[in-house]
Design a protein around this ligand. Structure first.
Ligand SMILES: NC(=O)c1ccc[n+]([C@@H]2O[C@H](COP(=O)([O-])OP(=O)(O)OC[C@H]3O[C@@H](n4cnc5c(N)ncnc54)[C@H](O)[C@@H]3O)[C@@H](O)[C@H]2O)c1
Length: 424
């Protein structure tokens, strides 16, 4: 092995398998490839250090390659202890010369040591999936803040945390909320989480979904995607929502909707995707059928009251990889998947590359926006979004890569839409 690059990965010898995965994902990422080619010519990130805290997957690797092509020095750490693809981490170090700090299954202490190692690079730009780096930057590592142009945020939960920080007057840097782009949440959260969450559940359990009652807690973009795909497999979908509009939407989409206490009693499989805390808790576990399967695909495992489940159990054992059986005091059994962490990343491979193509095109453009802002007027402290024309351009490029043509407004139509005089 030739590497002398600072890193902490599970086994650098796995790099060849990782490189193949990275190349395989690249085939489905044509928009990012176009940006990578432009970055290679224009070098918009020349001389900049980027610290990224993202799921270390083959798709993320292609984003890192894009930033590197743009001239950035990149350091990557994991945004979840269970989401790292170890061979991809090895390849990024060995084949692409990047510093990576990520080991699948790392404990909490290592997780934070890795975040700190990424920040030790004194970055100009940071990238987050869940706001953990920004949070560390505002607590233990605040000395680094003056040199940072800004950060980008990938997911709903991170954006919620950042908006809460800004509302409290605590946020001290500009953040670009990539999740807010239409070409991110409409596709990644809905189709990506929809498909890969079911993939994670099926890989972990190999159950037949047809005929099962699948309870989806949260009917946001992720929940809608999971529900539609579970229904497509013949499951009876039950939605639990706190927002009346979304509960109504679920009903009119053809699902049943009810509160968590009612759903707990009838579900065979439970998936949480709310971005909220303890949406399934002790009183719900206490009324579930024996054999119920419970998992989470929201950003943090706090969606499930895991300490509560532990208190209810008299025994626990791992029955398959990523499946832990909890035997309750009355003998009922509840199966927890992937330690309650994002099941699509814990037991499957995360989102397919075709949707991450658009999410990471947005990330690359956000990094460029921050780099450009440093040359002129800096972005104000706060939570920003990517301009609508860039968002649409990502969609346009994606359609072009799929060979899909797009209708164009005629001059007469443009005039008509801009006017108010013309009626019937
Ligand atoms: N697994 C993945 O790869 C992946 C990908 C994208 C987003 N996420 C995460 O998934 C979560 C959901 O994201 P989203 O974009 O769908 O968010 P969203 O805001 O569109 O939807 C969340 C929904 O949950 C509902 N909700 C909140 N508390 C609830 C409760 N106690 N019971 C029932 N419903 C409740 C809200 O009303 C809302 O409709 C976030 O944590 C996000 O970061 C995960």
């Amino acid at each position: 092995m030739k590497t002398t690059i600072p890193c902490d990965v599970t086994d650098i010898r796995q790099h060849e398998a990782g490189r193949l995965r990275i190349e395989w994902a690249a085939i489905e990422m044509p928009v990012l490839e176009l940006i990578r080619k432009r970055f290679a010519e224009e070098k918009p990130l020349a001389g900049l250090r980027v610290a990224a805290c993202l799921h270390v997957t083959s798709e993320t690797a292609n984003l890192m390659r894009t930033l590197q092509a743009g001239g950035a020095e990149v350091v990557l750490c994991a945004s979840n202890p269970l989401s790292t693809q170890d061979e991809v981490a090895a390849s990024l170090v060995e084949d692409y010369g990047m510093s990576v700090y990520a080991r699948k299954g790392e404990d909490n202490e290592t997780y934070y040591a890795h975040l700190n190692a990424a920040l030790d690079s004194a970055p100009h730009i940071t990238m987050d999936d869940g706001a953990d780096l920004v949070s560390l930057l505002h607590t233990e590592r605040s000395a680094l803040l003056p040199e940072i142009y800004g950060s980008t945020e990938e997911t709903t939960t991170g954006v919620i945390r950042l908006k809460a920080m800004h509302k409290d007057g605590a946020l001290r840097l500009p953040v670009i909320a990539v999740n807010e782009s239409d070409t991110k949440h409409l596709f990644d959260n809905r189709y990506g989480t929809g498909q890969s969450t079911l993939d994670g559940i099926l890989r972990a359990t190999n159950i037949l979904l047809a005929g099962k009652a699948v309870v989806v807690v949260g009917y946001g973009w992720c929940g809608k995607g999971i529900a539609a795909r579970a229904a497509g497999q013949g499951a009876q979908v039950v939605v639990v929502e706190v927002n009346p509009v979304r509960a109504l939407e679920a009903v009119m989409d053809g699902h049943r909707s009810m509160d968590m206490s009612e759903a707990a009693q009838i579900g065979d499989v439970f998936v949480t995707v709310t971005g909220n805390k303890h949406v399934i808790r002790k009183k719900h576990f206490n009324t579930m059928k024996s054999g119920a399967i419970v998992c989470n695909s929201g950003h943090f495992n706090v969606e499930l009251d895991l300490p509560g489940l532990e208190e209810l159990a008299r025994a626990r054992r791992t029955v398959r990889p990523f499946v832990e059986e909890f035997e309750l005091l009355d003998g009922r059994k509840i199966n927890l998947l992937g330690e309650g962490r994002l099941i699509n990343l814990a037991a499957a491979e995360g989102h397919p590359a075709a949707v991450m193509d658009m999410s990471f095109a947005n990330q690359a453009l956000a990094a460029e926006m921050l780099a450009n802002s440093a040359k002129g007027e800096r972005l104000a402290v706060g939570v920003h979004t990517i301009a609508e024309d860039l968002d649409r351009e990502v969609a346009r490029l994606k359609l072009a890569s799929m060979g899909v043509s797009l209708e164009v407004l005629t001059p007469e139509q443009v005039k008509y839409l801009d006017s108010w005089q013309e009626g019937t």
